[in-house]
Write a protein that binds this ligand. Structure first.
Ligand SMILES: NC(=O)c1ccc[n+]([C@@H]2O[C@H](COP(=O)([O-])OP(=O)(O)OC[C@H]3O[C@@H](n4cnc5c(N)ncnc54)[C@H](O)[C@@H]3O)[C@@H](O)[C@H]2O)c1
Ligand SMILES: [Zn+2]
Length: 397
């Protein structure tokens, strides 16, 4: 027998920049990033059509930016508006981007610039990662959730074979530029959805951040820009720190702390055919796993009450009717299969502290689902916040 032990060590560096008005020709952020790619850069720019529609001056601003920065940035075609949201995560979107990459003869040193929410970034990112085995991807996230979570990491994907994110790759971007000005047109529900990922990462990683979210609950509930921006930077920072220092950036092992609350969230997104936003589903998933952690006596009643109260104060509806169709056995099996290896579910052991568990008591989880659903029905009858609080109080007494 002969054996050659092959070991490859790779190192990736990519900047995640926070700025305002990225396409203002006076803003150096984008030009600085492009210079890292060379003095001449050919690029295809794909933009979430809602962003293009709601910021009518933006396309013109992009055109001016390119004129002023030629040949640093040469768009091979006019910006391509593409419908965003969960339904764009499909093979047709990917084929459309692939066709343009081929038609305009982009190469691995060219850029795909994706401007949009997490869904569009996932789909266009997957297309960029698979054309020529990887064209440089520059992400410009336009939702709170994409800026603090979905757009800053190393994954992409589309839905296929009836499964969320069934096709996808691990592919670090060339750079990420978070332009806070792009959030101005975002609907309230999409402002709110992104806060769920901040609650998630605070709960598993950073008690002080949770205290901050609690203390700033009112301005955050009204999406006050300064506090939202601070929240985005801190949340993205914790997310990036985990990828950088967690020891498993490409998720080869079984632990997945950033997927706290996500086993049910992904299924709820499926069950509602994308009607429920990712962040809205994550808020429900967090609530469910916290109820379960309380049942398993991992957290105390006071901690559970704080978490529910915070999520409700942000305006999340935690007892969504789709919970009635959530089969925990099936959802956990799908989650385990997607992640590989043995089941590993992050659960709280306190605020800012989590453990991984490898088995879930299904009847107990089912009781938690029923309880959350019942609280949601009560909420539907009573004044939203009072009703949910009463249910929570009853539960935690
Ligand atoms: N790759 C990852 O690591 C990762 C992590 C978390 C979530 N995700 C994925 O991200 C997706 C959710 O992303 P999302 O929450 O950003 O929502 P989204 O991309 O689905 O966008 C929500 C809606 O907002 C619109 N929109 C986007 N930007 C806008 C703006 N500035 N103004 C007005 N409207 C705007 C979109 O067109 C869409 O209708 C899910 O598919 C989820 O699976 C990926
Ligand atoms: Zn998420």
């Amino acid at each position: 027998m002969k054996k050659i032990e092959q070991q490859i060590t790779l190192s990736y560096t990519f900047p995640v920049i926070f700025t305002w008005n990225v396409f203002d020709p006076a803003n150096p952020a984008l030009a600085d990033v492009l210079r890292l790619g060379g003095a001449r850069n050919r690029a295809l720019l794909v933009i979430d059509s809602e962003v293009a529609r709601l910021s009518p001056g933006l396309l013109r601003q992009i055109e001016c930016f390119c004129q002023q920065h030629r040949p640093l940035l040469e768009l091979v075609a006019p910006p391509l508006p593409m419908t965003g949201g969960e339904l764009c995560k499909n093979a047709a979107t990917v084929a459309q981007v692939h066709a343009l990459i081929a038609r305009h003869r982009l190469c691995r040193h060219s850029f795909v610039i994706a401007v949009g929410g997490g869904a569009l970034l996932d789909a266009v990112g997957y297309a960029a990662a698979t054309a020529h085995r990887g064209v440089r991807l520059l992400r410009l996230p336009t939702t709170v959730l994409a800026q603090n979570d979905a757009g800053v990491g190393v994954k992409n994907g589309i839905n296929a074979c009836g499964r969320k994110n069934f096709l996808g790759t691990f592919a670090p971007p060339f750079a990420v530029i978070n332009d806070f000005a792009l959030l101005a047109t975002l609907a309230d529900r999409d402002q709110r959805a992104g806060i769920a990922e901040a609650v998630k990462v605070a709960l598993i990683r950073d008690r002080a951040f949770f205290d901050f979210l609690e203390a700033q609950r009112l301005p955050l509930a009204h999406f006050a820009p300064a506090v939202m921006e601070w929240m985005i930077i801190r949340c993205a920072g914790l997310h990036l720190q985990h990828i950088r220092e967690g020891g498993d950036p490409f998720e080869q092992g079984a632990f997945r702390p950033l997927d706290f609350g996500h086993w049910s969230a992904h299924k709820l997104e499926d069950l509602t055919a994308g009607q429920l936003r990712h962040g809205e589903a994550v808020a429900i998933g967090i609530a469910l796993d916290c109820l379960y952690a309380r049942q398993q006596e991992l957290i105390d009643a006071g901690e559970l009450a704080r978490i529910f109260s915070l999520l409700e104060d942000f305006g999340f509806s935690l007892g969504h009717p789709a919970l009635a169709y959530l089969d925990p056995e099936e959802a956990l099996a799908d989650f385990r299969e997607h992640l590989g290896g043995d089941l590993s579910i992050p659960l709280l052991r306190g605020i800012g502290d989590k453990i991984e568990v490898h088995a879930i008591d299904l009847p107990a989880m089912q009781r938690c689902i029923t309880e959350l659903l019942a609280a949601g029905r009560e909420e539907g009858h009573a004044h939203a916040r009072t009703g949910a609080r009463t249910a929570d109080g009853g539960r935690t007494a």
